[in-house]
Structure formats: C-alpha cells, structure tokens
Design a protein around this ligand. Structure first.
Ligand code: TEU
Ligand code: CA
Length: 535
C-alpha cells in the first residue's frame, strides 16, 4: 500500500489493546471481530493506521508479549481468517494496519524453547541464551526489567537461561544465524503473505547483549540495563531487518530505549540510511515521587528530542500507551479540559503521533483498591518486592499498583450501558466506574478536537514536516512552539499562566483555541488553555 514514501509524516496512528477494545462473542474478552465492528468509529476519528498490540498465540503471562506461535492468532482473539477479514476491511477504508513484532524473546511455551530446554545438544539449544550455572550461582548478576534476576536455572542441563523480562519470556539468541533466518522468514510472511503494512518493534534495542563477564556498575538509574541497551553489533541485525522492510514498503516504529536523542536516534531513523521510520522515546515517562507526571521534565525531554531530530531522523509521538497510566490522570487533573490541552501540545509536534484507544474520549486510570484485583504478573512482583524492601503496604500499593501499567488497560468505554457496551458478561478486567459519564457517546468534544488536530496534520505542510522553534523553554507550565506559520501555545497547568513574546509575530489569526482570543504579545492564559494561531 501507499506509493508516497513520506506518507507517515502526515499520518496519525491509533493503538489498540485488543483484549480491551470490543468483545464480539460475549466471552468478556475483546477480539478481532470486535475491532472490525468498530472500524468505522476509528476511521471517523481520521487516523491513517492502526497498531494492534500482540494478538499472537500466547499463554498471556505478559499481556501477549510472550508469544508461543508467531504464525497464529490466539484463539481468544479469533482465527487467522478473522484477521484477514479485519485487514481487508481496514484497507477498504483506506487505513493501514501494523502489528507488534516481538523478537527479543518468545514464550517459554514456544516450540523452539520447549526443544531448547531438552538438552545441550538439541538443535534449538542455541536459539536461546544458556550459560553454566548452579542453583545458587548464576552466570552474572544482571537483573530483569520485571524486578527479578535475569537468569533462571534448569537442573536437567545444569545451565541457566537468560531473560530480561519474565522468566516465562526467554531471550532469543540473535548471534545465531539460524535464529535470525527464522525471524526474517516470519517477518516476510506477515508482510508478504498476510499483507500487513508494517510493525511496531517491541523492545528492539535489547536484542544484542554484552558478554556475560560485563560487570554492572550499580543497580540505579540506567546502569542495570546497560548490558542489553543498544549494544554494539545491533546495527547489523537492524540493517538486515531494514532490507526486508524495504522490500515490502513497510512502515516501522521502534520501541528503542537506550537509543539517545543526541546519539543514535537520528541514525536509527534517518530517511536514507536509518533502520526505522520512527522511534518512541521512553524518557518522558519519568514520574514525580507523588506518582504524577513531571510536566517540566516532559517538556525538557520532548524539546530535546525535537531539536536533536530536526535535521535528520523522525520522532514517534505519544502521551499514553499500554505500559503507562492514562495521561488525563498523571499529566492532567482528571478534567476533559486538561485532556484537551494535552492533546494539542503533542499532536502538532514534528513526528508521527499515536493515540491510545480511549485517550480520545478521556478515559482515566482504573482506581484499584486492593492488590488481589491485580492479575498482571510484573505488577504483582514489583508490589511484593517493594514490601520486601520495607515499604508500607500503602506506599507499595501507591507506587507499584496505582501507577502501574494496568490502570490504563481497562475495557473501552463505548456507552453508558452495563459493562460500558464493551461486552455482555463480566469482562476479563473491570470497567472503569467512570463509564456512565466518560464514554464514546458522551465525549464528543474531546473526540472532535482530536479530529481537528488530525485534519490540521493532514492539510498543513508546516505541521507535517515544517521546522520547529521553541518559546519559553524555562516555563514550568507553558509549552509553546512555532511550526513555520503556526504558533502553538498550551498552558499545561491548573494554574493560570502568562506569556510575553518579545520578537515580532505580526498578524496572527486563531485556528483553534479553548476560548476565543486575539493574539497579543502579552497574554494571561487560563488553566489548561490552548491556542493555535496562524500567520
Ligand atoms: O516494553 C519494553 C520496555 O518497556 C522495556 O523494553 C524498556 O526498554 C525499559 O523498560 C526501559 O526502561 C515492551 C512492551 O511494551 C511491554 O508491554 C512488554 O511487557 C515488554 O516489551 C516485553 O515484551
Ligand atoms: Ca471475545
């Protein structure tokens, strides 16, 4: 699809967490036919493509990021035929569809790993990373992102296998050419045979590891992840992937933590020589001790990425995803007014914006009351680790549950009816109690604003790949930038704010605004006020 190689610069993506979008067959779990039913809703928002979180066969230890068969859809979502229907319908509506590509690891129930475990000379042994160990001495002291050691010991061969997420997610050995060929074959199958339009590459900066004797300097900050963050040698694997993506004209966006804005990001996303069409930075997700998003920190990170990728490279923009709490809850004050300001400030930056299902109607964090309500393994581990580390129950709950990624994975709120119109039975995860007032039928204003922002991006060259210049960088609350002839001003605070332009702006006309306003160099902004002016 798509002959214009630059289409993604004016495009907007919509991310769907399939388990929570729409249940079509009354088992309480979202599915592919459910998504198909709702395509016209997605289309009406104006987006250009959909990114589906994993729908592959999976034991669901990590929300589908533990894949047991790359070539099949998990039965709870439907069949391959359902998938083909969904894809065809997307294309008919002029939307593309991309899928998660999870190739840092598989499930421990994948047939490769089942084989690999059997013996040291099994043909699949080197598909994974094994090293000599004893029950109480692991090959090194590296840690997993999920708060556990990065090694799991197996008696029968007296070795341990390596995993940077759950123990049920053994890491693949990219140094093995046979493994790489299997991955490349699978990538070709989805792009060529099935015909999807591209991938969101999961945890891709981790596929290369340092030698096992690398010693961790500390367990704080970024250091514990250093041995598997964008490690030298990864370029070769990325280049090989890129060659395949090009054959199929695929759109690709990477989750590439550890690739720095000023060192790597431009190379990874350079139009001619890069590997991917864009990458998500993960730095802006850092939170204040009270669990809130850090507006000033967010501004600084985003501004730096925008500047560093101005000459070369491309950003992928987002304020929510399946790993983060809802933006209205952590950056906003819970009001739709704040959700609107959050929408405007990021949708007009340079890059390809993504909207996480429900963000367009102002869905907020699920108010968990007790750890027993939490199913997600990693959240539970983090919570119980915090208790072991001496935190009070209240504190551990606050840090690791109320601000965990599960609070943003609740069923989509379609209507004010029972179960929010998502399903007809008790859903796999509770519906947010706010659904009677916050749902797709009620939230037309916020939805309408997203439509307008998407339209601006589609229509205006300046918003697509115009330049960017920042104002008031030291302001703790006002985010303000110029995209050629467009001036965007957003007050990201429930306090009023002020701006004072010293350089001459000339005549400006209002394009969008939370209230009517004539541009003057000195303006007092209302809480969460947004304005878009044009020269
Ligand atoms: O997340 C990966 C992820 O967050 C890390 O790779 C990240 O680099 C690190 O935390 C940086 O500090 C992805 C998915 O989005 C997530 O849902 C999965 O659980 C995970 O990969 C494993 O597949
Ligand atoms: Ca279902």
């Amino acid at each position: 699809m798509g002959t214009d190689k630059n289409w993604y610069k004016q495009a907007v993506g919509y991310q769907i967490y399939p388990k929570s979008f729409k249940d079509s067959n009354g088992d309480g779990i979202g599915d592919l036919q459910g998504i198909k039913e709702k395509l016209s809703y997605i289309k009406s928002l104006g987006v250009d493509f959909i990114w589906l979180n994993p729908i592959y066969a999976s034991p669901q230890v990590d929300g589908g990021y533990d894949i047991s068969d790359f070539y099949n859809v998990d039965p709870m979502f439907g069949t391959m035929a359902d998938f083909q229907e969904l894809l065809a319908e997307c294309h008919k509506l002029g939307m593309k569809l991309i899928m998660d590509l999870v190739v840092n690891h598989t499930s421990n129930k994948h047939e490769w790993f089942i084989e690999s475990q059997k013996s040291k000379d099994n043909p699949y042994r080197d598909y994974y990373l094994w090293a000599d160990a004893t029950e109480d001495k692991m090959p090194n002291n590296w840690r997993s992102f999920f708060g556990i050691p990065a090694w799991t010991y197996q008696k029968q061969t007296k070795q341990a296998y390596f995993h940077i997420f759950a123990a049920e997610q053994p890491d693949l050995n990219w140094k093995n050419p046979k493994l790489r060929d299997e991955i490349y074959k699978m990538v070709r199958w989805w792009l060529g045979e099935v015909g999807i339009d591209g991938f969101r590459l999961d945890a891709i900066s981790h596929i290369q590891k340092m030698d096992w004797d690398f010693k961790l300097k500390s367990f704080n900050g970024d250091d514990p992840w250093e041995p598997f963050m964008n490690v030298a040698g990864i370029e070769d694997y990325m280049r090989a992937l890129k060659d395949i993506f090009d054959e199929y004209d695929a759109y690709t966006v990477g989750e590439a933590s550890g690739v720095r804005s000023n060192n790597g990001a431009a190379d990874w996303t350079d139009k001619k020589t890069g590997f991917l069409n864009g990458i998500f930075e993960l730095e802006h997700n850092w939170r204040l001790p009270d669990g809130r998003g850090d507006i000033y920190g967010y501004k600084k990170v985003v501004t730096r990425w925008q500047k560093d990728l101005l000459e070369r490279g491309w950003n992928a923009l987002y304020i929510e995803n399946h790993d983060m709490p809802r933006s209205i809850s952590i950056f906003g004050d819970g009001s739709i007014t704040s959700a609107k300001a959050l929408a405007v400030q990021y949708m007009l930056l340079r890059g390809t914006p993504f909207i996480y299902y429900g963000q367009e109607i102002g869905m907020s964090n699920y108010p968990f009351k007790d750890i027993s309500e939490v199913k997600a393994e990693d959240t539970r581990t983090h919570y119980f680790n915090a208790l072991k580390d001496g935190l009070s129950e209240k504190e551990a709950f606050f840090r690791n549950v109320l601000n965990s990624r599960d609070v943003g994975r609740t069923p989509m709120q379609w209507t004010g009816e029972k179960y929010a119109g998502f399903t007809t039975v008790k859903p796999w995860m509770a519906v947010n109690p706010e659904y009677k007032t916050v749902n797709a039928e009620k939230s037309v204003e916020l939805f309408g604003l997203y439509q307008n922002l998407i339209k601006l991006r589609h229509d205006e060259k300046a918003i697509q790949d115009g330049s960017i210049k920042f104002y008031f960088e030291r302001s703790k609350q006002v985010f303000c930038y110029m995209r050629d002839e467009f001036l965007i001003i957003v007050n990201l605070s429930s306090q009023s704010g002020a701006v004072k332009f010293v350089d001459k702006q000339g005549e400006l006309e209002q394009v969008l605004g939370s209230r009517q306003r004539t541009f003057v160099p000195n303006m007092r902004l209302q809480p969460w006020e947004y304005q878009v002016f044009k020269k």
